[in-house]
Each structure stands twice: as C-alpha cells, then as structure tokens.
Design a protein around this ligand. Structure first.
Ligand SMILES: C[S@@+](CC[C@H](N)C(=O)[O-])C[C@H]1O[C@@H](n2cnc3c(N)ncnc32)[C@H](O)[C@@H]1O
Length: 225
C-alpha cells in the first residue's frame, strides 16, 4: 500500500470510526471475560469506569446493568455518546474529579487506564502501577462496603506491592489475564472483591460476604529485561 493511500485512509472519518469500534469490541471481550469469571456486573449495579475511551467497557457495562443501573465513564479523551452512560471528561488523580462523578457510592470501579507508552518497559510498568494506585484511592472513596475493583496493570516486579496494598483493603484479590489480551501483551488484570470499608450503605445487589484472603495467581509472571 502506498504512503498516500495510508495517509488518506487515516484521515477518513469512517476508517477512524471503524478503528474505534474495533478497539471498543476488543476491549469489551476482556471485560466480558472478567465479568463471567468474577461476577462483577449485574442488573441495577452502579459502575464507575476509569480510562473509558473509546467506550467498549462502558457499552458492555451499560448493557449488563440495564436501565436500573448506572455507568459513569471517565477519560482524559472525549468519548462519543453511549446510551445509558454518563461521560465525565477528566483526569484520574485530579483531586477535583470525585466531586464531578455525581451520586456515590458505586458497586464496582473498573480501571482500564493506560499510560502513554514510552517504550521503556520499566517506565511504562511503573506508570501503569501509579495509575492503578490513583484508581484504587478513588475506588476506596466511592465504593460501597463489600464493593469491587478491577484494574489493568502492565505486569512486572511492582505488581506484588499492589496486590499487597489491595489485600489490605479487600477481602479477596486475584490476578488474571483475559484471552483477549494478546499473547505478547504485558497487561494483566487485578480483581479485588469485598472492600472492607466504604463510602455508604450497601446497595442490595452488591452485597457480598467478605471471602477468605486469597491471592491466587492465574498467570505466570514473566521476567523482563
Ligand atoms: C486502553 S484505553 C481504555 C479502553 C476502554 N476500556 C474501552 O473499553 O474502550 C486507556 C485509556 O486510559 C486513558 N487515561 C490514561 N490516563 C488517564 C488518567 N489519568 N485519567 C483519565 N484517563 C486516563 C487514556 O486516555 C485511554 O483512553
């Protein structure tokens, strides 16, 4: 393919939209996997989706929570309107963000936040871990007691610290790698359930007795150069 053709194709609105839809659907498979495996979503649940653009997770979540539930989607980037989803453009880590989220508490906080990739793995890994920490801080503020938190992280040596920190707050912490995460990708997901303290009263649907402390590895940690 010639360079001119590629340039024209990239500036084509429909091509860009198809790319975005493709991203949306690939991402949605990962959330579907997490949902099936860990029972994260259900009718009537209130969900906060962090790092939500272009919107695959938010679309899936809105379908799963139905008209009685709520999905609030946050990203630095704009998100095309999605039925049943309230979009908040903002930065996770900004102290002013919480006040813009509307009604709390939430039953589930999702984080698919990704740092801008520098190409230096140690840097990208550390930035990804920092983003999970920001998401976790917010989650602890806005989740119901017993609430759930699921977050992507680029795997590496700092993940153990994150798991320890999550385990201090949640009754059950697991790590997993959805099949839709490409084989070569370094991303894994941490799923934490049973927040020991929270923002408000339990909202019936999310009530879950805290399980035993269980740090269960679903993936082999790969060593990195
Ligand atoms: C992999 S994408 C998310 C894909 C999304 N889950 C989906 O299903 O379409 C990661 C997103 O994190 C966002 N992001 C990174 N850092 C952020 C921050 N501090 N606050 C808000 N969004 C952030 C990026 O703008 C990007 O859109």
């Amino acid at each position: 393919m010639g360079r001119r053709f590629l340039q024209e194709r990239r500036s084509d609105r429909y091509y860009r939209q198809a790319q975005a839809e493709g991203l949306r659907s690939r991402a949605a498979f990962k959330l579907e996997y997490l949902d099936r495996r860990f029972g994260l979503l259900g009718p009537g649940r209130r969900v906060l989706d962090l790092g939500a653009a272009p919107g695959g997770w938010a679309i899936y979540a809105a379908g799963a929570v139905g008209p009685r539930g709520e999905v609030v989607a946050v990203d630095l980037r704009p998100i095309e309107p999605i039925e049943g989803v309230r979009v908040v453009r903002g930065r996770v880590g900004d102290p002013g963000l919480r006040a813009r989220l509307g009604e709390v508490p939430f039953d589930l906080v999702l984080s698919d936040l990704s740092p801008r990739i520098s190409g230096a793995y140690a840097t990208d890994h550390a930035r990804s871990v920092d983003l999970v920490r920001e998401a976790m801080r917010l989650a602890e503020e806005v989740l119901v007691p017993g609430g759930r938190f699921a977050a992507k992280v680029f795997d590496g040596e700092l993940v153990e610290d994150l798991v320890r920190e999550l385990s201090a707050e949640f009754a059950d912490v697991r790590r997993t790698k959805p099949p839709a995460s490409r084989g070569a990708s370094s991303e894994i997901y941490l799923v934490a359930r049973g927040l020991r303290k929270g923002a408000g009263a339990l909202s019936g649907s999310s009530a879950e007795p805290p399980g035993p402390r269980n740090i269960h590895s679903q993936v082999h940690l790969r060593s990195r150069a």
